[in-house]
Ligand binder design. Structure first.
Ligand SMILES: Cc1ncc(COP(=O)(O)O)c(C=O)c1O
Length: 437
């Protein structure tokens, strides 16, 4: 390939040198984003779009939050990088902030570069502390694109990448498309738990290190857990000595209207406490790549005298740490988590349910906070998913009207930043109203 003259080239010309994620490279025509602020992005022609995708569901604090940008700039001028073995004040402050919002059950943070390696290290911790090997995770899940994380993933991205061993999958609850012939969410949870426990027994409880689940499976469709599911997972983990890892990479840091989804009484009325929690995305809205694992004192203490055999050059990278401190402070000071909860309960949720009354194509609306999915169907009675070509047409028209959506399979995930205003929600929903058949 010949290189372009950078001065004359368009952004799309230059983009041909970029090898993109999860794509056949030949026919790509990516949307060009030139800049962004708050809940909006704009293209190079200056056209503005409401960002109801939060990019990859990560800009929880909105785009270019001035305090987070300033914190990164100040840290860059002071100390832009430091080896993980050294202590650094900003890293300590970031860990302290995260532990403050996570609450009592956790006492330490292991920092990673993102969500996949957070899961990778949570799995490693579970294997090391149990002396067991297997990891059970759901078919309807995404846990990241590294060795064990991609094989823990349930969706299609696992199959071309199955090079790690010791992974077993199960069907979690999904009342709208039940695998268990259930007729209520409670029954769905009960039957999914029964099936899961049978898998644990058949695999051999003594071989299973971890149960790895998203508190709210995100990419798989914002699958709000039915009553009893999380408590049942905890009970199975306890019964068989298995480490319960909750993946809150997408659900954490405000998305559900709480700091962590497991703290949300609507999602977790029984107050289930996981053994390990993984996070990334919303912890600093992705301004600098970062993620991590929350450890309770029991698991952390295992490594008081024993070496933890894991690490990363950029574990606790100062720019990421500065952005975490500023982001958590801004979220707390500006009531951003509360805004996400209020928007979900009073504005976005009711508006999406009203939308479903006007559009037969919406088979189900589910979610909370700023974490919603519209499941689009060709036929409400059969629940047949709307075909891909129709979804592509809807996406094109939404963008033409100035809404950047998150479209996944036959669903529109309505996932604006936690700072979204009532007026922006009304504007976004009006565009959905105008475009949906
Ligand atoms: C639930 C969940 N876990 C893990 C990941 C992987 O995170 P990352 O892409 O930062 O490695 C994602 C990414 O979308 C996710 O949604």
């Amino acid at each position: 390939m010949t290189l372009t003259d950078a001065d004359a080239a368009t952004t799309l010309d230059l983009d041909r040198h970029v090898f993109h994620s999860w794509s056949a490279q030949g026919s790509l025509a990516p949307f060009v984003i030139a800049g962004a602020s708050g809940s909006e992005v704009w293209d190079e022609d200056g056209k503005h779009y409401l960002d109801f995708s939060s990019q990859l569901v990560n800009t929880n604090i909105g785009h270019t939050h001035p305090k987070v940008v300033a914190a990164i700039q100040e840290q860059a001028a002071l100390l832009p990088t430091v080896a993980p073995a050294h202590a650094n004040r900003t890293r300590g402050l970031a860990a302290e902030r995260i532990l403050q919002v996570a609450g009592d059950p956790f006492s330490a943070v292991f920092f990673t570069n993102g969500g996949a390696d957070a899961n990778e290290n949570a799995i490693r911790l579970a294997r090391l502390t149990t002396g067991r090997d297997k990891v059970l995770s759901a078919y309807r899940s995404y846990h990241g694109n590294t060795g064990a994380a991609i094989v823990a993933t349930g969706d299609w991205r696992r199959m071309p990448n199955e090079y790690a061993r010791g992974h077993v999958h199960f069907f979690g609850p999904y009342p709208y498309r039940s695998e268990f012939w259930s007729s209520s969410p409670e029954q769905e949870a009960e039957r999914a738990l029964h099936a899961l426990e049978r898998i644990v027994q058949a695999e051999g409880p003594g071989t299973i290190a971890a149960l790895l689940v998203e508190t709210v499976p995100g990419t798989a469709g914002v699958l709000v857990p039915p009553p009893g599911w999380l408590a049942g997972l905890r009970a199975i983990a306890d019964r068989y000595g298995i480490v319960l890892i909750l993946d809150e990479v997408m659900a954490g840091f405000g998305r559900t209207g709480d700091w962590f989804a497991f703290q949300n009484p609507q999602l977790n009325p029984d107050g289930v406490v996981p053994d390990l929690v993984t996070f990334a995305k919303g912890v600093n809205s992705g301004y600098v790549p970062a993620g991590g694992v929350l450890l309770p004192p029991t698991i952390a203490a295992e490594f008081d005298t024993r070496v933890f055999p894991g690490g990363l050059t950029y574990s606790g990278h100062p720019l990421a740490m500065a952005s975490i401190v500023a982001s958590i402070d801004a979220m707390r000071d500006e009531g951003i988590i509360d805004n996400a909860a209020r928007i979900g309960a009073d504005v976005l949720g009711p508006a999406l349910h009203a939308l479903a009354e006007r559009h037969q194509v919406i088979g189900e609306v589910r979610g909370l906070g700023v974490f919603w999915a519209l499941e689009l169907v060709a036929d409400r009675a059969t629940r047949e998913p709307l075909p891909a070509a129709d979804m592509a047409g809807i996406k094109r028209r939404l963008m033409a009207e100035g809404l950047l959506p998150f479209v996944q399979d036959n669903r529109i995930h309505v996932v604006p930043p936690c700072i979204v205003t009532d007026e922006e929600v009304r504007r976004g929903v009006a565009i959905l109203d105008a475009v949906l058949p």
